[in-house]
Write a new protein. Sequence first.
Length: 222
Amino acid sequence: MSLTVRDVIKRSNRLMGALATGDDPSADELADALISYNSMVRAMFGTIIGPRLSALTAAESLTGEPGGLYQVGSAPITLTLPAQPRNGARIGVVDANLALAANPCTVSRNGRLLEGAAANLTLDTDGESRIWFFRGDTGNWVREADAVVDEPACFPDPLAAYLPDMLAVYLAGEFGSDIRPDVVAKALEGRQAFARAYARRGRNQADAPLGVGLPIAAAAQG
């Protein structure tokens, strides 16, 4: 069964010795730990999960490249997601012109799931931006966004199992708490497991995209 963010927070607090078995954190403790959890996960993207994103202009419909943060809104376009993404691939769009209401961007899923849905997504709200990473185990482009406390962790169960130890070490660093060596060791093992799953590099794979997307015809949307 997938761990929820609440489960991760409770286990991390027990690992730190801040919470007894069977107890729950207070509302304030839960809120503080949620901020830390989201900060930790955000810091993993572009480091041990996928490449850093590079800003690229998208003035016409194109097929995006992993690692591209496409600036849209100057004209109505379709951004087609990569056809064969690697596990951990990242891509995003940002309304650089604050004009998506007039110039919407349709994100074509290209045969994969997009935010868990088998449907394309149209962005048409001024100022909207989204970033996704690819989960190969589910074939889903998952939106990178702050978690809420009772939703499942957005990673496969074998990787999510490391999150309590990773969060315990993160919290200990924030609050100057002591942490057991075995927890530190498992947290490091977790970072290495995430890197193996999501940050593999081939000798011909650059972090940054080439800088030019592949134009597509309007009829090729799928």
